[in-house]
Design a protein around this ligand. Sequence first.
Ligand SMILES: Nc1nc2c(c(=O)[nH]1)N[C@H]1C(S)=C(S)[C@@H](COP(=O)(O)OP(=O)(O)OC[C@H]3O[C@@H](n4cnc5c(N)ncnc54)[C@H](O)[C@@H]3O)O[C@H]1N2
Ligand code: MOO
Length: 376
Amino acid sequence: MTDPSWSEARDLARASLPRGEIISVTLAGAVGAVATEDLRALGPIPRAATSAMDGWAVCGPAPWHLDSGDDPLSPGRARPIVTGAVPPDGTDAVVPSEWGRVSGDVLHAERPPPGRHVRPAGEEAQEGDVLVPAGRLLTPARLGVLAMTGHDRVDVRRAPLVHLVVTGDELVPSGLPQPGHVRDVMTPMLPPMLSALGAKVARLDHVRDDPRALAAKVAAGDADLVITAGGTGHSTADPIDGAWERADVDVRFRGVDMRPGHPVSLAVLPDGRPWLALPGNPLAAMLTALSFVPALVEGFTGATSVEPVWAVANEAFDGRADTTLVPARHTAAGLVPVGRSRPHLLTALAGADVVAIVPRGGIGPGDPVAVLPRSW
Ligand SMILES: Nc1nc2c(c(=O)[nH]1)N[C@H]1C(S)=C(S)[C@@H](COP(=O)(O)OP(=O)(O)OC[C@H]3O[C@@H](n4cnc5c(N)ncnc54)[C@H](O)[C@@H]3O)O[C@H]1N2
Ligand code: MOO
């Protein structure tokens, strides 16, 4: 079986996690969630025409006699008004306070063109307009639009919960490691990374490189999704193959035509939980999480896939597989690779603005290149 391409593997991941249940949340609790249906304006916004300035509502040609009260304005009359207030019937326009001069009860100013400084009703939205289409992420600005147009609660799909399992006999949890030991970087690094990608770590376990212990640990979890880090190699010390055999999983891919991270693998447990196995090399773990966790989350929440963002390369980027992911930095002249990005080294990613998605054969200076935005 040949390894799937990066985008084929993303499609397989997207199809591996069934939709999560719908919950109703207040706008305050909805940021980062995904709309389950088209969200529409509940009425015209603004509800009525309003003044855009502090000043005077005026009717007819200048000058105007100032009046007060609630009657409609008649030609030759002006009435004080504040920003956001509804102008009286008969208003032609609003004169801002700094443009008018009052002497006695007469307002002098140049006559404004009709409608000047009056915000029309329904300018932002008409009743029934779709404001946030189904599948869109609820961002702070979209929540503001929903509040403005009358919404208090929205139906969303919750974020998938993750059972994260870090494997490795050589790992130590703290301090400077002795030769032969490795400081565990996944435990501080992956939960916030997964959270930035739309998934929530509900349980975190550490197991030795033992297939039986790994399979038992995963069997004891009940999150929506299992993510392991390490042990994806094919040596006898690597526990993924053995654990998958014991757990009787349905393998969706066992390796992807990508660098780094080619051993990344995905299976589905008999109870339906997908199991994404990230390689142990830290950069490979981060770049494979960045590749496949968003696709799994999209499957669960129904979120529409994020379109790639494009940049222009200012240096050559090597492409050794179907897809090579390269930490990169924006400069005024274009995108450049950052430092040495070997799979076991992390500082390049820590200093990167984006990750370049480089096709087979690589790209040269001046070529367009798709990038993944920062979440690390
Ligand atoms: N004969 C071959 N050997 C290897 C191949 C190959 O194709 N043939 N691929 C290499 C690549 S690429 C990767 S990636 C790794 C696959 O690694 P595993 O998923 O089995 O990961 P480990 O062996 O457990 O660890 C690899 C490396 O990463 C370090 N590591 C692991 N976990 C952590 C952690 N939590 N924090 C910090 N560092 C971690 C580990 O100590 C190793 O140095 O296989 C290659 N070999
Ligand atoms: O594929 Mo490995 O994941 O390059 O480090």
